[in-house]
Write a protein that binds this ligand. Structure first.
Ligand SMILES: [Fe+2]
Ligand SMILES: [Fe+2]
Length: 239
C-alpha cells in the first residue's frame, strides 16, 4: 500500500477520504504522491498510516467504489454533476440559514462563528459561479473533445479553463482549512447546543464531499481530458 498514490487509494475507497483529511493529508494537491512520500513529509510512521487506513476499511466494508478512470468522460461528468453539483447547489441556502442561526444563538460567546459565517458566505459565492462555469463551459468542451467534435489545439482556452477551475478548488479548500483552524477541527464547545453541533457536522460533511468532488475533477477528469487532447493533436499531426 505504501507505494500507492493518494489518488488511487481514494479512488478505490471513498471512505478513506475523511480519515486522510482529518490527518491533514491533502489528496487533491498531493494526489500523485505515494503514501510513503506523504508519511515522510508529515513525519508520520508509515506503518502507522497503513494501519489507520486498514482500520478505516474494516469499518466501511462496502464494495470498492467505481473506478472512474475506466468509464467515458461523459459518464464521469454526469456522475460529478448528479452526485456533487446538484446536492451542493441545493444544500447551500440551507447551510447559509444554519450558519446565520448558529451566529445568532452563540455568536456573542463564540465570535469564531461570525468569522466562519463570513468565510462560508464567500465560499458559497465563489462555488456557485464555479459550478455553473464547469457545467456551461468546461464540461461541455470536454464532452466535445471526447466525441471528436473539437480539437483541443483549436481550443487552447480550455487549458486555461482547467487552470482557473483548479485555482478555484485550491481557494475553496483554503477556506475550509481556515474554518478548521478557527473551529479547532469542528469542535463543539461544551456550553453550546444542538444548532452549534449541527453546523459543525454539516461543515465537516460538506468538506468531505468537496474533497471527493475535487478529487474526481483534479485527479481524474482534468488529467484524462488533457491526455485525450494531446493524443488527438498527435494523431491529427500524423495525418
Ligand atoms: Fe465540479
Ligand atoms: Fe470544480
Amino acid at each position: 500500500m505504501l507505494n500507492r498514490t493518494l489518488s488511487s487509494l481514494v479512488t478505490e475507497r471513498n471512505s478513506r477520504a475523511e480519515l486522510l483529511i482529518d490527518l491533514g493529508i491533502d489528496f487533491i494537491k498531493d494526489g500523485n504522491l505515494t503514501l510513503l512520500e506523504v508519511a515522510e513529509q508529515l513525519q508520520i510512521e508509515p506503518n502507522e498510516l497503513v494501519e489507520k487506513i486498514a482500520k478505516q476499511d474494516v469499518i466501511h466494508t462496502s464494495p470498492k467504489d467505481t473506478d472512474w478512470n475506466k468509464v467515458t468522460l461523459r459518464e464521469l461528468i454526469r456522475h460529478i454533476v448528479t452526485k456533487y453539483h446538484v446536492p451542493l447547489r441545493k444544500a447551500l441556502p440551507e447551510l447559509t440559514e444554519l450558519a446565520q442561526n448558529a451566529s445568532k444563538i452563540y455568536g456573542d460567546d463564540h465570535p469564531e462563528l461570525i468569522e466562519v459565517e463570513k468565510i462560508f458566505g464567500a465560499f458559497r459565492f465563489t462555488v456557485e459561479a464555479h459550478l455553473l462555469s464547469e457545467e456551461k463551459i468546461l464540461f461541455k468542451t470536454i464532452e466535445h473533445i471526447e466525441s471528436g467534435n473539437v480539437n483541443w489545439r483549436s481550443d487552447r482556452s480550455s487549458n486555461d479553463e482547467i487552470k482557473i477551475r483548479i485555482r478555484e478548488h485550491d481557494n475553496s479548500l483554503d477556506d475550509f482549512k481556515m474554518i478548521r483552524k478557527i473551529t479547532n477541527n469542528y469542535q463543539v464547545p461544551e456550553n453550546t447546543g444542538e444548532t452549534y453541533r449541527k453546523w459543525m457536522e454539516a461543515l465537516k460533511e460538506l468538506e468531505t464531499n468537496l474533497y471527493l468532488h475535487m478529487h474526481l475533477e483534479n485527479n481524474i477528469l482534468f488529467p484524462r481530458a488533457s491526455q485525450l487532447a494531446i493524443e488527438q493533436a498527435k494523431s491529427a499531426s500524423a495525418h
